[in-house]
Design a protein around this ligand. Structure first.
Ligand SMILES: [Zn+2]
Ligand SMILES: [Zn+2]
Length: 321
């Protein structure tokens, strides 16, 4: 029949997509897939994300998922993206990829881009309901990411608190054996405080009356934070007291946290099939985590997840070895 005679359906709501140049094209792509025909070109990720949102709205996600899987579209996109371009993706592009990964079930993107958001700090804001869905990731991923980010920052901060605590305690930290001295510990504590304050990771404030604004969480890249702490000088009160400060002790711990950050992305399989045992946000926190008992087990899929979660979510951490 001629187009004028076809029934007309008015669609009120196509889901939370972004502003698109031509909705007709998006709709055409969707109908092509729905009717088992191939798309003319490889869709850019933004289009693919929008397409996914529309498909979900019309309860046709399964068709798009199997099309994208069969055509290896996401792998083709990876193949066309250099490592440099991937590293330079904006927050919005990263979020679009993560949305596609969640909706179309693509574990490699889920792991890679969820880790990116956590580490870069692109989480934890209130999204408004008119913004595209990738600003408010579904399936509780948005909340989980924000929580994991919080845990990462807390873990890094606990390193600082740990060393302030031990050097402020009466337990001698100076490494000089018989000649060890309290002055050396006091000196190290003083230099450490000055260093942390200079880095912006420590604020000194009065305890008589609280006149300070609450601290905003660090908003930058967590790896920069680790690199900043890595700059701590090897302070020495005199030529005999080498290695009495925190540098020698802190660096391996920063390496450990950095290594754990590599595994912080969300695992699709566990998120889907065993969320209760896997998620961080509603998990029971261990009261005390000890560095000396910790080795990230790489054998056994669940073990690695559990070790990582224990370290990052613990209420208290003992970094002593
Ligand atoms: Zn010393
Ligand atoms: Zn897993």
């Amino acid at each position: 029949a001629p187009a004028s005679e076809l029934p007309v359906i008015r669609v009120q709501d196509v889901g939370r997509i972004s502003v698109v140049k031509s909705f007709t094209t998006l709709c055409a792509d969707f109908l092509y897939i729905l009717h088992g025909r191939d798309l003319q070109t490889l869709p850019p990720v933004t289009n693919l994300a929008n397409l996914t949102i529309v498909a979900d709205r019309f309860d046709a996600l399964e068709v798009v998922r199997s099309y994208v899987g069969r055509k290896k579209i996401l792998r083709t996109i990876d193949g066309k993206t250099t490592a440099k371009a991937d590293g330079a993706l904006s927050e919005e592009k990263v979020r679009q990829r993560l949305l596609v990964a969640i909706m179309l079930d693509h574990p490699p993107w889920m792991e890679r881009y969820s880790a990116r958001l956590i580490v870069k700090g692109w989480v934890g804001r209130e999204a408004d309901l008119s913004s595209p869905l990738w600003w408010d990731l579904p399936s509780r991923i948005e909340e989980e990411l924000a929580y994991r980010r919080e845990c990462v920052l807390e873990t890094v901060q606990s390193l600082q608190s740990y060393f302030l605590g031990v050097y402020a305690s009466r337990e001698r930290q100076c490494k000089l054996g018989y000649d060890s001295s309290a002055q050396c510990d006091s000196y190290q504590l003083g230099e450490m405080v000055r260093f942390f304050v200079r880095c912006g990771t420590l604020k000194l404030q009065g305890g008589v009356i609280d006149i300070n604004e609450p601290t905003e969480p660090f908003a930058g890249d967590a790896t920069f934070l680790l690199d900043t702490l890595r700059q701590v000088p090897e302070y020495q009160i005199d030529r005999h007291h080498s290695h009495c400060g925190i540098r020698t002790r802190l660096l391996p711990l920063l390496d450990l946290v950095a290594e754990c950050l590599l595994h912080i992305g969300i695992c699709t399989a566990c998120w889907t099939d065993a969320r209760e045992q896997y998620e961080w946000m509603d998990a029971r926190k261990p009261l005390l985590w000890k560095r000396q008992d910790f080795a990230l087990r790489t054998q056994g899929h669940g073990n690695k997840h559990a070790d990582l979660r224990a370290m990052f979510t613990a209420t208290e951490r003992d970094w002593g070895s």
